[in-house]
Design a protein around this ligand. Structure first.
Ligand SMILES: *Cc1c(COP(=O)(O)O)cnc(C)c1O
Length: 379
């Protein structure tokens, strides 16, 4: 039996990505250029959106989407506390207030009811997350937000290739923000994307990521006449590089294989752990399918050991698991931030853990994870 450490996530990168990055470098054009444009187009097509706007991270994508919505001081944005902290921080970047809503126990996501419970007359937008790749029920959320006349922004950082009602997450989204951090499926090292069906918003977002400039560097380069650019508003430098986009294109081509393998390994975890008393495994919700970016299990009182003790036992067995998804309201950065009771959020963040799952994971490695969990479950 191998005692090599089993990582929680390993990006699936190889020679093809190395060659693509090398080609970009040797082309002499390394900043945002033709490879970014091609990646945007391919990405938007894959997620069923009209326009893709590549940026430097999902965090900057979220920031730009809230700038584009014109949010600022005095405005409230409903967000789940149960998310990576960037979701709440993006609201702070524009000077607005994140208002934490609780989540559904099975999916870890906002629902119309949890949003409605914290909505006020100052609510100007809802920022929903597809947590760990488990799709939020955007059909229900979009219809509720339409009734409330509120824009719905989707934090799809983890959800590339997840589906709702057979359509990819991103399809029909007003604004969706994506991440290419190595902890997600498709990686470019760092990087992000915004997708939308609205051409005017796409043009504004393109401008905002590039200092508010009305003509991109690539457009000026391609023109044989001098192009005098103007700076139409105060923007940002949130660009992606062509080296990243070159890697992203190769990664995108591997996405279907990544999802298939992750779903296969998730089904195997389900079969091997589904009967352990006191342990609930994450599953596809009724409304869609997960890409299983994160595979988590939730412990209840029947499980013989607590979450942190279980993480310790896994570490002793050479398995890198992680605590479950964090809750922003429990972090020092939000210690003074008022919020309604968040019992489900607190239960999930306290009692869940994320198990190793990566494309090149072997069944033998998975068996080692399962054996430790079953052993602890019998104590
Ligand atoms: C990873 C993640 C982010 C941040 O993505 P970056 O690309 O690292 O900025 C935001 N939201 C969620 C839900 C995430 O999982």
């Amino acid at each position: 039996m191998s005692t090599d450490r089993i990582a929680v996530m390993i990006p699936w990168l190889g020679e093809e990505e190395a060659k693509a990055a090398s080609d970009a470098v040797l082309s002499g054009w390394v900043a945002q250029g033709p490879r970014v444009a091609a990646f945007e187009k391919a990405f938007a097509e894959r997620v069923g959106a009209e326009h893709g706007i590549a940026v430097s991270s999902c965090t900057t994508a979220l920031h730009l989407s809230l700038v584009a919505l014109g949010l600022g001081p005095g405005d409230e944005v409903v967000v789940p506390s149960l998310s990576f902290i960037a979701t709440a921080n993006a609201v702070r970047y524009v000077g607005a207030e994140p208002v934490f809503a609780d989540v559904d126990l099975a999916t870890g996501n906002l629902t119309p009811a949890t949003v409605d419970a914290v909505r006020t007359p100052n609510t100007k937008a809802v920022l929903a997350v597809h947590q760990g790749g488990v799709p939020a029920d955007v059909t229900a959320l979009r219809s509720a937000c339409a009734d409330w006349d509120l824009p719905l922004v989707e934090d799809a950082a983890c959800a590339i290739g997840s589906t709702v009602g057979g359509k990819p997450v991103g399809h029909g989204a007003l604004l969706a923000a994506w991440s290419f951090h190595p902890r997600k499926l498709v990686t470019t090292g760092e990087g992000g994307m915004l997708t939308t069906d609205d051409a005017e918003w796409a043009a504004r977002l393109r401008r905002l990521r590039e200092h508010g400039m009305n003509a991109s560097a690539a457009e000026r380069h391609a023109s044989n006449k001098p192009v005098l650019e103007q700076y139409l508003e105060v923007g940002f430098n949130y660009r992606m590089t062509d080296v990243q986009a070159a890697i992203g294109m190769v990664q995108l081509g591997k996405l279907d294989a990544m999802i298939a393998r992750r779903r296969e390994l998730a089904a195997r975890y389900d079969a091997l752990l589904g009967d352990v008393p006191g342990l609930t495994v994450v599953r596809d919700p009724g409304h869609g399918q997960s890409n299983f970016q994160s595979y988590w299990v939730l412990l209840d009182e029947d499980f013989p050991v607590g979450r942190d003790e279980l993480l310790g036992a896994l570490a002793d067995a050479g398995v890198s698991a992680r605590r479950g998804i964090m809750a922003a309201h429990l972090e020092p950065a939000y210690a003074d931030h008022p919020h309604a009771p968040l019992p489900v959020t607190e239960r999930i963040t306290r009692d869940s853990l994320i198990l190793p799952l990566f494309h090149t994971m072997t069944e033998a490695q998975q068996d080692r994870v399962v054996a430790t969990l079953r052993e602890q479950g019998r104590r």
